[in-house]
Design a protein around this ligand. Structure first.
Ligand SMILES: O=C(O)C(=O)C[C@H](O)[C@H](O)COP(=O)(O)O
Length: 213
């Protein structure tokens, strides 16, 4: 197993849930991330979907040096390079392309690519990727698909993301081929609007305590 696969397994092993975060300002990002870390979730996927996302990753990496701050929604190699410069420790993409796999083959950071079909998993596997995101999980068949893959794609571990919440997560976490799940539910928009960071810590604490049920 390559070092990057090992690093991704370690990442998924830190907590059962990876919060998928979309922030507008560094101040908001630091308040919310502080609440998440206080609740026991310290792998933070910051999506590159807002204008200040790179600046936000840089601020979070400095503010929470013991946390694992990564970049999500990576669509182009230039974004991966910029995220690395900003201090991201891992990358997440909603899929994969020939160009990203070619240009990112020896990329310095562990990179979680997503797949939703057996063929996509097999293709990524041929590129040495044994730890993958399953996105969008609920919309693509959810737990049933991962159950069907477990005996045939035995050496691949998944991080299902997309449409998962606290009620749905345990069924995923019970699967042998799931390391952790990703989701935005731990940071509800109204909690951020109301600056209810204690509420976010409570959701994070409940997510960190989730296990197979
Ligand atoms: O940005 C990316 O790279 C993504 O793949 C998208 C995220 O995984 C989803 O936004 C998860 O969001 P929820 O479904 O609300 O939990």
């Amino acid at each position: 197993m390559t070092d990057h696969n090992k690093a991704l397994l370690a990442l998924l092993g830190r907590a059962p849930v990876i919060p998928v975060l979309t922030f507008e300002t560094p101040e908001e990002a630091i308040d919310v991330s502080g609440a998440l870390v206080a609740g026991g979730l310290d792998v933070l996927e910051v999506t590159l979907r807002t204008p200040r996302a790179l600046e936000i990753i840089e601020a979070l990496a400095k503010a929470f040096p013991d946390a694992w701050v990564g970049a999500g929604t990576v669509l182009r190699i230039a974004q991966a390079e910029a995220a690395h410069r900003a201090g991201a420790r891992f990358l997440v993409s909603p899929g994969s392309t020939d160009a990203l796999l070619r240009d990112g083959a020896n990329f310095v950071l562990p990179w979680l690519h997503a797949a939703v079909t057996a063929s996509e998993v097999m293709r990524l596997r041929e590129h040495g990727r044994r730890v993958l995101k399953f996105f969008p999980a609920e919309q693509s068949g959810g737990v049933g698909v991962l159950k069907a893959w477990a005996p045939v794609l035995q050496d691949v571990t998944f991080c299902p993301t997309g449409g998962i919440d606290a009620a749905k997560a345990p069924a995923y976490l019970a699967l042998p081929n799931v390391g952790a799940v990703g989701g935005s539910w731990v940071v509800p928009a109204d909690s951020v609007a109301k600056r209810d960071f204690a509420g976010i810590t409570e959701l994070a604490r409940a997510a960190a305590a989730l296990s197979a049920k």
